[in-house]
Design a protein around this ligand. Structure first.
Ligand code: INI
Length: 156
């Protein structure tokens, strides 16, 4: 029996971050959380590229472009969609969720979903580094683990 576990070694990895500018007072905190965690695990600052897009709905297209470029070991997508602010909430959430999942499965590049989809501003603030951790930092650990697994399983 063989068990596979990913590690969190970021040395030599190139990571792309696609982040929505909408609600940037929240999403910039997610970027900081992700960057700090990647740097702590050995990713070089020069090996982190950040692409800002207007809103969460625009994330999948740029994530797809980065994934298809073949230059990234893994990607992190970050955004904040808050229900109270838009009648489009369900459409935006469903577009970005399905889009990011499609990018990951079609390209095979590990792609983290760090888009907050919350009922209210408080829930979003709490997940951007206040009470309930930082979703960006969680995604940074997640992408390192998935890249490691992806590499291991490519070699069997
Ligand atoms: N985009 C977000 O990232 N978060 C939101 O809460 C949001 N709201 O509330 O509307 C939002 N809208 C913009 C959307 O993502 C697109 O940029 C826009 O519809 C243009 O395609």
């Amino acid at each position: 029996m063989t068990t596979f576990n990913g590690n969190y070694d970021g040395k030599g990895l190139k990571i792309g971050i696609v982040v929505a500018r909408f609600n940037d007072f929240l999403t910039s905190r997610l970027v900081t959380g992700a960057q700090d965690m990647l740097l702590q695990h050995g990713v070089r600052a020069d090996d982190i590229d950040i692409v800002w897009v207007p809103g969460a709905f625009e994330i999948p297209l740029m994530a797809q472009k980065l994934a298809k470029s073949g230059r990234y070991d893994g990607l992190i997508t970050l955004g904040a969609v808050i229900r109270g602010e838009t009648a489009h909430f369900d459409y935006i959430c469903s577009g970005v969720t399905q889009g990011v999942a499609q990018v990951e499965l079609e390209t095979g590049v590990p792609t983290m979903f760090g888009v907050l989809t919350t009922e209210n501003l408080d829930q979003a603030i709490n997940r951007a580094g206040v009470k309930s951790g930082n979703k960006g930092a969680d995604c940074a650990l997640g992408v390192l683990e998935m890249v490691s697994l992806n590499t291991q399983l490519d070699q069997i």
